[in-house]
Write a new protein. Structure first.
Length: 164
C-alpha cells in the first residue's frame, strides 16, 4: 500500500480525509473479513457443517477482521481528536493574537506624559521660539505692529508683504 503513495499524501489531508484514508489503507484486509462471513453464511444456508479446521479458519479470519476494524476505528477517533485539539489551539492562538493587537492599539492611542518630559529651559526656549514666529507672521504684519518685517510698509500701502 505504501507504493500507492499514501504516506506522501497523508500530511496534505484534512482530518476527515485522513480518517477515510485509514479505512482505505486496510480495505483489503477488512474485505477479507467480509468474505469469511459470507463463507460462513453460505455454509449455513446450504445446511453444511464445516470441518473443525475450516470452522477455526473462518472464526480466525472473522476475529482478525473485527480486531482490525476496532483498531481502525480507534485510529480514526485519535485522528479526529487530534484535529479538534489543533483547531482549538489555532483558534485560541488567533484569539490571543487579536487581543494582543487590540491591547497594543489601545496602548498606542493613550497619551503618555511620562514619555515627553521637557526641562524648564526647553519649555521656555520653545515658548520664545513660538512667540518669535508669531511676531514675524503674516497676522502680525496685517496688524501693523512693526515687528513683522515690513509692517510699517504694509500699513502705508495697505497690502500684506510676502514672506520669503
Amino acid at each position: 500500500m505504501d507504493k500507492a503513495g499514501f504516506d506522501a499524501v497523508a500530511p496534505l489531508l484534512s482530518a476527515p480525509q485522513s480518517a477515510a484514508l485509514a479505512v482505505v489503507r486496510e480495505y483489503v484486509r477488512l474485505r477479507q473479513g467480509e468474505v469469511w462471513r459470507d463463507i460462513a453464511a453460505a455454509f449455513e444456508a446450504e445446511g453444511l457443517a464445516p470441518s473443525q479446521e475450516d470452522c477455526a479458519r473462518i472464526d480466525s479470519g472473522i476475529r482478525a477482521a473485527e480486531s482490525l476494524a476496532a483498531s481502525v476505528r480507534t485510529h480514526q477517533e485519535a485522528l479526529l481528536r487530534q484535529h479538534a485539539a489543533e483547531a482549538a489551539a489555532s483558534e485560541a492562538a488567533g484569539y490571543a493574537a487579536a487581543l494582543a493587537q487590540a491591547a497594543a492599539e489601545a496602548e498606542a492611542k493613550v497619551f503618555r506624559r511620562d514619555t515627553v518630559k521637557l526641562t524648564m529651559r526647553e519649555r521656555l526656549a520653545a515658548k520664545a521660539q513660538r512667540e518669535d514666529m508669531l511676531r514675524r507672521s503674516v497676522v502680525a504684519a496685517r496688524e501693523g505692529d512693526g515687528a513683522g518685517g515690513g509692517g510699517a510698509a504694509a500699513g502705508k500701502e495697505g497690502r500684506v508683504p510676502m514672506l520669503v
